[in-house]
Design a binder for this molecule. Sequence first.
Ligand code: ARG
Ligand code: ZN
Length: 875
Amino acid sequence: QVFKLEDYRPSDYLIPLTELSFRLSPDATEVKAVLTIERRDGVATTAPLVLDGDGLLLKKLEIDGTPLAQSTYTVTPDRLEIAHPPEAKRFKLTIETEVAPVHNEALMGLYLSNGVYCTQCEAEGFRRITYFLDRPDILSVYTVRVEAPKAEAPQLLSNGNPLERGEMADGWHYAVWHDPFPKPSYLFALVAGSLGIVNDRFVTRSGREVELGIYVEHGKEKLADYAMDALKRSMKWDEDVFGCEYDLDVFNIVAVSDFNMGAMENKGLNVFNDKYVLADAETATDADFANIEAIIAHEYFHNWTGNRITCRDWFQLCLKEGLTVFRDHEFSADQRSRPVKRIAEVRTLRAHQFPEDQGPLAHPVRPRRYREINNFYTATVYEKGSEVVRMIRTVLGPEAFRAGMDLYLKRHDGEAATIEDFLKAFEDASGRDLSQFALWYHQAGTPNLTVSSAYNAAAREFTIEIEQSVPPTPSESRKRLMHIPLAFGLVGADGRDMVYESVEGATVDDGVIHVRKRRHSIRFSGIAERPALSLNRGFSAPITLSVEQKTEDRIFLSGHDSDPVARWQAFNTLLTEALIAASRQIRGGKRPVFSDRLSALAGQIACDDALEQAYRALALALPGEADIAREIGNDIDPDAIFAAREALAKRIAEENGPSLRDLYERLRDNGEFSPDAAGAGRRALRNALLDYLALLTDGASLAADHFRLAANMTDRAAALTVLAHRHSGTPQATGALASFESRYANDPLVMDKWFLVQASVPGAQTVETVRRLTSHRGFSMSNPNRVRALVGTFANANQTGFHRADGEGYRFFGEMVLEAERRNPQLAARLATAMRSWRSLEAGRRDKARATLLAISGTEGLSTDLRDIVERMLA
Ligand code: ARG
Ligand code: ZN
């Protein structure tokens, strides 16, 4: 079945009140739902009431206290239809169902994770608990009663505020929760179990005292301190920057170990993948700390952007996700280094969203059709969705943007809204027309700008020629012209931005060219010397650029652009171009040639103490193999790309050996660990240097020392990676892997790093390692984190291993996808997207990849989730 945006119509019935009670048991939980149903104004009394279900067992059905005769309703596990509901406008429907959390391996609905009852209802998991109008525009006020044996589940949690709790017979107890804010069913949550608790409090700006709780596995309480700190900072930041204040008496977070996604913003009761809660220096890397901070903030920020204002239908998913990602990006930028954060965002977008947008899974930020909504929690909806919100701010300016946000929050509070509503708020607040801009939501594909420039010394004029194009994507062959805000600078020889007298050919304001037509010829006058052109500063638009630019200019910008993102980009482009050329040479049987200036420049950036350490680390990280492949575009040979990258790394290390080594020594750790941006930056730079130094003589023993002396997980994991990747099979590498394993054998989250490192070892033999590791006692096919760490890493982060020329990587992967699918279709579908760029491979690999996709799609009884992804990839 295909769901289409244009088919939206409001429901005939509403559910203003929902009373739920749960009697928890692993294989027979009794769920009683008392729904106050209301016929919407203007709907005929003959309209049937049709509720969604998914695999449900109906035990009892009553209307206004009277059991329904069998002949008056039809029920299947997936649907409950009452043909003739009462004529009264309002009535009470009582539904009893029975569910088995212990057998729920899909991790949607009510399930058990490590003995803890928990729920995941977004997008359509609530219908696995009871029959309901399970759609986001049905807003209901919930009262929830939870009963469980006290010994098994001392903690009983749900949304909203606690109302009452008490003892029952036979060692059972109960708790009642009430959430005064009407919400859609996807935000319902229940947690019950025996958990350790970390408590704190937060006083909102208007004086509301909020009790904060983070619930974790017993004994892990200390590991939640950082998450609690991040939560309090998020609450304060949202008041200061967006004027959003928290609205309940309690805010709870629960960490569970089996979770399909990162986390979930259930009203007042966020449920998290424990990977994004638990951290200390011993077990978590700086990247883990940064992710925790960002995801805690993201879920908290949903309280306004997602919960108070939710989505009318699932086509509007970006309304809450794109906006909330934008908010968490801004939060992290304020907490850490803004430029470094922005560069990291650009890298993530290119690595995840660009390949999606440029392949068979491309879809608009607001899709128009889907077969399975769970397959649309994508980089396009989230990350590109965030970029679109950022562009609204660029186009309107920060003040009008904030006014638009205020209007949106005020106008639609308590409603289920659309992207049109969102854009209208900005138009009304600013008086601007965003109709062309709106195409960013409606058109898939990464727009490209082709740019050339010329300087006329006699006329003191600088001209920029810009041509835009938007490539065709599945089901959208013809595209309309977009409004692209292109931030730029004309950089003079002194490194400063030149000031022009006048400009014609496009609207240019505040350092932004507004590209709206197919072609612009933009003339700047009063330009005294030929500038170096800096484009897409701050990554103002999520586009690709084809710029004719002198290498001289790129080198100059790498050292002098005042915009750090463009400066990083200039150097990164130089590296990418060199790597593409080298991979062609290698494929042609030649030795790769690199210019001396490139390695000299790398050395300079590494040692330039005027630059932030984290920035230098980012600049030194060579473009990834997948990034290079994407830039090449087609006929990809992963082995040639790998060899080119290794050769350049070696060259940079050899040319700069002593100075890099010297810097490495100077950056040695002294003092206590702090996960803040400064400490993380220093470690990032030192570990980036290690990556190069490990290529020189004695590299293995240097890395082994780094591993042995590491006082935190960031350094330990970095050294382990270098050893396993660059010195695979040496006693140092084998020793480090063994020592890491014995140290962390009982910590599954840390063991994920051990799996990840081995799954990403380059080369043809890794598929055998990974296959062997699937029988490791720490591995489990039913835990999503384990599967992603081992199988996901192999497919997404190991170009030479996964794309092994004989197709063994694909075959193994295909087996794993089908194996995951039997338990958890969502996990399998997500995993399978690793093959989305298969068409750009060289012919031999392409055929083998297709064979694997065909084998999956030919499997009988495939879930909708996996079928949808595989068929779109093959289309
Ligand atoms: N709304 C959650 C978040 O981004 C993600 C939940 C996704 N769940 C799913 N089943 N696809 O914060
Ligand atoms: Zn979200």
